[in-house]
Structure formats: structure tokens, C-alpha cells
Design a protein. Sequence first.
Length: 131
Amino acid sequence: ESIAHDGRIDGASELELLRGGALARAAEGARKLQSREAYRATGAIIAGDVHLAARQPAEAERSYREALQAEPRNADAAVKLCRLLAQTTRSAECAELSARWLAANPGDVPMRLHLADRALAAGQLKEAVRH
């Protein structure tokens, strides 16, 4: 486990396990993070990433939503949820989520970058520049 400078578990080792394809170990680390620091989104986000890597989109969505319940202003969780919704042909839900998110967090760079990337991928240059 990685310990951040303030003594909290930061999830770095779980992310390395995930990148290395050790999904079971990364999932276990995510569960530990969630139980030790339930008030933080990190464990739920990593759990979502593990589920996504295991091709379990419903479970990934549930984890990202749990992350947003723990930390309602966590941009990483919001972007990952929006990306997942778009990838599972639920673009309208992604659009609603991103609109609500930006209304509440107008200066949020991660969500704006995500939306700009989506617009670029769709060939919508004016829309990309708007974000």
C-alpha cells in the first residue's frame, strides 16, 4: 500500500497493479481503501477502474457513483462516469451529467477536457474549442 504524505492510503500501488493486469490484487487493494477511508472516493474509483478493465460496465458505473457519493465534487469520478456512460451508448446521460457538473463546477478543467476530447473525436471542432 502506498501512504500519502499525510498518512492516508493514496491508491498508487493499486493503480500499478491495475496497469500491470493484476486485477484481483488491484480489486483487493481497492476494497481495503474503501473500508479504511470510506469518506474518500479513491477506493471506489479504483474499484470502478478494475471493473472496467474486467469488462464489467454495470459494476464500474456503480463504483464511480459510489465515489461521487463519498466525494460529490471529485472530478475524476465524474469524468470516468461520464466516459463510461458515453462508451455504453448512453451519451444523453453523459451530456446531462456533464451539464449538471459544469453548472455546479464551472471552472472544472478535467470535465472540460473530457468534453473537448469527445467533441474532437466526433469532428466537432467548434464544440471542442468551446470547452
